[in-house]
Design a protein around this ligand. Structure first.
Ligand code: 4QG
Length: 390
């Protein structure tokens, strides 16, 4: 265990310049070094009164695994004490001035452009190498998405944010805690959250990388127009998603995505296997040229900066849905989901003899104490709602 008292105060070394990523990563700031003027990123965790299991896990991953070209570099951990409001823990990391691949693709699409396939393959190649480094050390990233793949202005590709990463043996894997960002989450991770006797392995990162590949082409992950809780319901039930316009892309790209998005994780290839995929292999040998092409693209976009940013948060976020896409027969669509609101909705629906109401994947049935004509042959023939157009 790390003692906070043993950590140096950051104020002597680093000055905060500005916020990075506008809250995408929690509190992450650009900092400059007082002594040599060098820049870095700092992730601030607060208020902290002791180093718990999760912080220890993030620190250990950064300390032992950041010596890889495709993982963000770690410069050290500091503690700024505050006896009244609790202190701040500072994780000082490499500054990736190219921004995230999500920012890049969104900026390009806003200008009516897109990422070329060789550049996509180069980004995925870098992400796969970073993941291979984690996986061979028995670490699952668990939050792979465009926002967590950062670029340097030289065209480097770096994985960041190990805040929810887990060691394969850790207790956290066995607990059914919520991790990841819904649209990128693998079906087995969602199932694991809901039932105790399910498990998963490093290949959940492969699924998330497949979703990220779609994001690099289309600008958004599949189902992004949906409420995140509803997406969690749909992912395990839908067939694997594909590119929005597969006809615009080469067959190898679609095949790579299909391999990443095999729903049964026992049949899904590993990262090492995917490094041999023809779509990724096109980046081999050309990585210097592609790195320069990506660097030039980043520079161009930063000059144009017609960025239309949107962010996808980790779970428990509520998105206001338009009223037409907000039927009250699924309480998941409600802005406020308190006991009073649920009871009053159920009561009103019961008054209209609507005895069935969903809350995500739970069906609430109220006893009507009377015969309702809702089990007739024509009702049996109608497509069940949950498998059709929920
Ligand atoms: C990090 C720099 C955007 C983020 C974590 C490092 C999260 C950046 C960054 O973010 N460098 C992002 C510049 C980082 C931009 C490190 C930009 C760790 N748009 O200019 Cl957990």
């Amino acid at each position: 265990m790390i003692g906070l008292e043993s950590l140096a105060d950051p104020s002597g070394n680093w000055d905060i310049v500005e916020t990075i990523g506008k809250g995408t990563y929690g509190k992450v700031y650009r900092v400059t070094n007082r002594k040599d003027g060098s820049q870095a990123a700092v992730k601030v965790l607060d208020p902290i009164s002791d180093v718990d299991e999760e912080i220890e896990a993030e620190y250990n991953i950064l300390r032992s695994l950041s010596n890889h070209p495709n993982v963000v570099k770690f410069y050290g951990m500091f503690y700024k004490a505050d006896d009244i409001s609790g202190g701040q823990l500072w994780l000082v990391l490499e500054l990736c001035n190219g921004g995230s691949v999500t920012d890049l693709i969104k900026g390009l699409l806003a200008c009516g452009r897109h990422l070329e396939e060789p550049v996509i393959s180069y980004i995925l190649y870098g992400a796969l190498l970073g993941l291979q480094h984690l996986h061979s050390n028995r670490i699952i990233h668990r939050d792979v998405k465009g926002n967590n793949i950062l670029l340097t202005t030289e065209g480097g590709v770096k994985l960041v944010d190990f805040g929810v990463s887990a060691q394969l043996t850790s207790a956290r894997l066995r607990r059914n805690t919520s991790v990841g960002t819904p649209f990128w989450m693998a079906p087995e991770v969602i199932a694991c959250e809901q039932q105790y006797d399910y498990s998963y392995d490093t290949r959940c990162d492969v699924w998330s990388l497949g979703i990220t590949a779609i994001e690099l082409a289309d600008g958004d992950p599949p189902l992004s127009e949906m409420h995140p809780v509803k997406a969690l319901f749909k992912i395990p039930r839908n067939p694997p998603p594909t590119l929005r316009h597969p006809e615009n892309w080469c067959r190898a790209f679609s095949h790579f995505i299909a391999q990443c998005l095999i729903k049964d994780f026992e049949r899904r290839p590993s990262v090492t296997h995917l490094l041999e995929h023809p779509f990724i292999k096109q980046a081999y040998g050309k990585d210097m040229a592609l790195r320069h092409q990506l660097a030039a693209l980043i520079k161009e976009q930063q000059k144009l900066s017609c960025q239309a940013k949107s962010k996808h948060e980790r779970i428990n976020t509520r998105k206001t849905l338009k009223s037409e896409s907000c039927p009250d027969d699924d309480l998941v669509n409600l802005e406020v989901l308190s006991e009073e609101v649920i009871i009053s909705h159920l009561q009103r629906r019961y008054g209209e003899l609507q005895i069935y109401t969903y809350v995500g994947d739970i069906l609430i049935a109220l006893n009507p104490f009377q015969t309702l004509n809702i089990y007739s042959p024509q009702h049996h023939l109608a497509t069940p709602r949950m498998s059709a157009d929920c």
